[in-house]
Design a protein around this ligand. Structure first.
Ligand SMILES: Cc1cc2nc3c(=O)[nH]c(=O)nc-3n(C[C@H](O)[C@H](O)[C@H](O)COP(=O)(O)OP(=O)(O)OC[C@H]3O[C@@H](n4cnc5c(N)ncnc54)[C@H](O)[C@@H]3O)c2cc1C
Length: 496
């Protein structure tokens, strides 16, 4: 069964997993009114995959000629990365800017452990690359939904994993080694759609030192493994909500859950890193490389949505020709298109991993793109809120809009430009409210790594020798070891 139907996927979630949501243990996640939102959003991945219109893009034939997900194939060429971008764009456009999560985040972790396991095997003669390849086959052959468990709960941020004071479990770590595997303890936070997945790919979120050896651990584990508990993120909507009020938050519940591992057994064949502490940071860094590409690809689609909402609200309010509004719309277009172009550039300038046939997005460009997106988001939402007006947050609820006693009044007094149905203006206001929620703000800043993480990478990768060479040459400072781009240029001003 290499391609699952949406129904098969949904049924697979009723497997005895331990999930809590909004204060209660959930006996069967497929029947829960709020978790269902997340499940159905993830199921869209299976809906599209079974649609013949998308099969050429979304699927591929594996080495045995079996049809598998393209997203789960290793990326070997720039063209593979470009195609992956198209996959993410389709996913994102189909589900309101947030790509349905069955493979979205964790495929990047799988690519990261694929690259780094080869490096570890080369140094230590381990067999992690074979384990990763077998895990990849397992995911492909069963068409599993999997989540990426990278971010630990972390405790005191100024202390490394092994230095934590209150208890040793702020980062997932090995507590026991057995002949046939390891036992792990600790917790990961914000793990998107984990309660709606079959598997969790776990990896370290930071560089480690020798003392942190036990924390340098990566593995794959089923969501229903004994000792795994998932606590759902606070839902944005409650039972009985109306989709008209919550067009995005009522159809996309990402459920960035907390995952607690309490003495969970991981068999040897599912381990991809075990104590090789100097590689922990490489896994985190490589995940970021791949994931920034995924992130900025979907962010550009999310911006299409946001800029579209701003343009429509300007029309509905009758202000689309006003100069400050045109200026804001121009800025939104530049922002949207620059994220699209920078994301594409990260792929055009992709990097070949030495000694392998694997490629990854250009880290400098990918980091700059993610930073630009996150750093400018609040300006974009400010513009959308400004154009929408206060009614965006003070409008009555859909129930009032639909109530025969109040509908005529709401229709009459909440109308905008002549010729635009009040319902369109009302719906667009609700969309703008969802797009500018505090959840969206925080997601943009922190998901895929906080702003400082990108700045650190950018500074590390910066070619200062080139920049300095340009400055020294202009200042007339002779440098024998100048950067090659500047070393052999003709004298300027010329001596004519
Ligand atoms: C909606 C959402 C979805 C997510 N999905 C996933 C997912 O699917 N899988 C996953 O693994 N992760 C996921 N994340 C986690 C995301 O990668 C983290 O939120 C991000 O890396 C920041 O970590 P944090 O939230 O622990 O914040 P913190 O690290 O606590 O950051 C708070 C502040 O402290 C600063 N800071 C922290 N440590 C240091 C330090 N040592 N030195 C200096 N400054 C420091 C940060 O720069 C920031 O300014 C998601 C996050 C969000 C918000």
């Amino acid at each position: 069964m290499a391609i699952k139907t949406p129904q098969e996927y949904l049924a697979s979630l009723n497997d005895g997993r331990v999930v809590y949501c909004d204060g209660k243990r959930v006996p069967d996640v497929t029947q829960h009114p709020i978790l269902k939102i997340c499940n159905e959003w993830v199921a869209m991945d299976y809906v599209m995959n079974n649609d013949p219109r998308y099969q050429d893009l979304l699927t591929d034939l594996d080495a045995d000629g079996e049809r598998v997900r393209f997203a789960l194939q290793p990326q070997r060429t720039r063209e593979d990365l470009l195609r992956l971008r198209e996959v993410v764009k389709l996913w994102a456009r189909a589900t309101f800017g947030k790509p349905s999560g069955a493979k979205f985040v964790a495929k990047d972790g799988l690519n990261a452990v694929t690259v780094v396991s080869e490096r570890i095997d080369k140094k230590y003669g381990t067999r992690y690359a074979a384990n990763v390849a077998a895990y990849r086959r397992h995911l492909q052959q069963n068409d599993l939904a999997f989540a990426m468990g990278l971010t630990d709960v972390k405790g005191d941020r100024s202390l490394r994993p092994s230095q934590q004071k209150q208890h040793p479990d702020f980062y997932v770590h090995i507590v026991e080694e057995r002949k046939d595997g390891i036992v792990v303890r600790g917790a990961k936070a914000h793990i998107s759609q984990a309660p709606a997945c079959n598997e969790i790919l776990v990896a370290p979120c930071r560089a480690m030192r020798e003392d942190d050896r036990d924390y340098a651990v990566a593995f794959g584990v089923p969501v229903n493994a004994p000792g795994v508990t998932l606590i759902s993120a606070q839902p944005e909507v409650h039972e009985g909500f109306n989709l008209m009020d919550h067009p995005i938050s009522g159809s996309v519940y990402i459920n960035d859950a907390m995952i607690i591992f309490e003495d969970v057994f991981i068999p040897n064949e599912r381990i991809f890193l075990k104590g090789e502490w100097e590689f922990a940071g490489q896994v985190a860094y490589m995940f970021a490389n791949f994931h920034r590409l995924s992130a900025e690809t979907y962010k550009a689609m999310e911006l299409e949505l946001l800029t579209g909402a701003a343009a429509l609200l300007a029309e509905y309010n009758g202000i689309e020709k006003v100069s400050h509004v045109r200026e804001k719309l121009t800025w939104l277009v530049m922002y949207t298109e620059s994220i699209e172009v920078l994301g594409k550039a990260a792929v055009e300038h992709s990097i070949q991993e030495e000694g392998t046939d694997l490629v990854y997005p250009n880290p400098m460009i990918a980091n700059i793109c993610k930073y630009q997106f996150a750093d400018n988001w609040h300006t974009a939402t400010k513009y959308l809120q400004d154009i929408a007006g206060g009614i965006m947050v003070t409008a009555p609820s859909a129930k009032d809009f639909l109530n025969p006693e109040t509908r005529a009044m709401v229709e009459k007094y909440l109308a905008g430009r002549d010729g635009i149905p009040t319902e369109s203006r009302f719906r667009m206001m609700k969309l703008a409210r969802d797009l500018t929620s505090s959840y969206e703000d925080d997601l943009t800043i922190h998901a895929e790594g906080s702003l400082e993480a990108q700045k650190m990478s950018i500074l590390q990768l910066a070619d200062f020798s080139r920049y300095k060479a340009a400055a020294k040459r202009a200042a007339g400072i002779v440098d024998e070891k100048s950067h090659p781009d500047y070393a052999d240029l003709p004298a300027f001003p010329p001596k004519l």
